[in-house]
Design a protein around this ligand. Structure first.
Ligand code: ZN
Length: 294
């Protein structure tokens, strides 16, 4: 069971979120058949997206993160609803890279160090908010930190970890996002930095110390008087539907649809976020063609 937790310090201008995401990252691995370094990169991105999405208020709000690096994975796209249920895909899931000298999967090398991270916050009624920053390392968490510093001027400590087992399944996944609100003193900053140091690696804390999401925050922010604002289950969640796919076909236009009917006599479309396949036979395509005409 994956979960997300949000806390606020009652005695300092600090707020934080933490996540456990083993099931959602494993689900993504199975859908996209990702190799380990892609599992880690996509998994970290999914968890970042979930925590950013969970911060959004308002019915129907969503956030999109797009990592566009120059590494072999190509781009990574993640979308989350406002309850922290993400979905996503990576352009090239079957990438093999040797691990780094410290034994970690080389996510930065796979994503690439040159490129951009774009964050789109779609608040439904209003114009979407779009922020783009250069990638700082391609390691995902550092790029998210840079995004908050540059685009939103919010000092942030972010850590994200995915531990892949020898059989390539996901053993542990989790992370946190600690943010300083206006008025945070140097003393508060120091305490947060010390707490983050004391917690150490997320996957190690999850695995060896058996921590949950809230435990990560209680360790990293020990000494602060924390109040838990929200704690709930999350899951990999796609919102595709037959009607949405039909609408995408209609929006291709008459010419494209006519040649699809003439050349293939039907269509089978796979959702890019999940493993749903939507089939349309000739009669159904002709019906959609009439819709395109109107
Ligand atoms: Zn889908």
């Amino acid at each position: 069971m994956d979960e997300i937790v949000r806390v606020i310090a009652k005695d300092a201008p600090v707020k934080a979120s933490a996540i456990t995401g083993r099931a959602m990252v494993e689900r993504a691995r199975q859908i996209h058949k990702t190799f380990p370094v892609a599992t880690a990169a996509l998994g970290r991105s999914l968890m970042a997206g979930a925590m950013l999405g969970d911060q959004l208020k308002g019915e129907g709000a969503s956030v999109t993160l797009r990592f566009n690096g120059d590494g072999p994975l190509g781009s990574i796209t993640v979308v989350s609803d406002n309850e922290g249920n993400p979905r996503g895909y990576v352009q090239n899931p079957a990438v093999i890279l040797t691990s780094r000298a410290d034994g970690h999967l080389d996510v930065g090398g796979a994503v690439g160090k040159n490129g951009t991270l774009t964050v789109i916050k779609d608040l439904d009624m209003r114009e979407p908010y779009v922020g783009t920053v250069p990638l700082s390392s391609g390691e995902i968490a550092e790029d998210v930190t840079a995004y908050f510093a540059v685009s939103e001027q919010v000092p942030t400590a972010c850590a994200l970890g995915v531990l892949v087992d020898t059989d390539q399944s996901v053993l542990r996944a989790g992370g946190y996002l600690i943010q300083l609100l206006p008025g945070a003193s140097d003393e508060v900053i120091d305490r947060v930095e010390q707490g983050v140091q004391a917690l150490g690696e997320v996957t190690k804390a999850l695995r060896e110390d058996g921590m949950d999401a809230e435990g990560l925050l209680r360790r990293a922010l020990s000494g602060f008087d924390l109040e838990t604002l929200e704690r709930h289950e999350i899951e990999y969640k796609c919102y595709c539907s037959r009607e949405r796919v039909a609408q995408a076909l209609v929006s291709m236009g008459r010419g494209e649809m006519e040649s699809l009917i003439a050349e293939q006599g039907g269509a089978e479309l796979t959702c890019q976020f999940c493993d749903a396949v939507y089939g349309f036979d000739k009669a159904e395509l002709e019906e959609l063609l009439r819709r395109a005409t109107r």
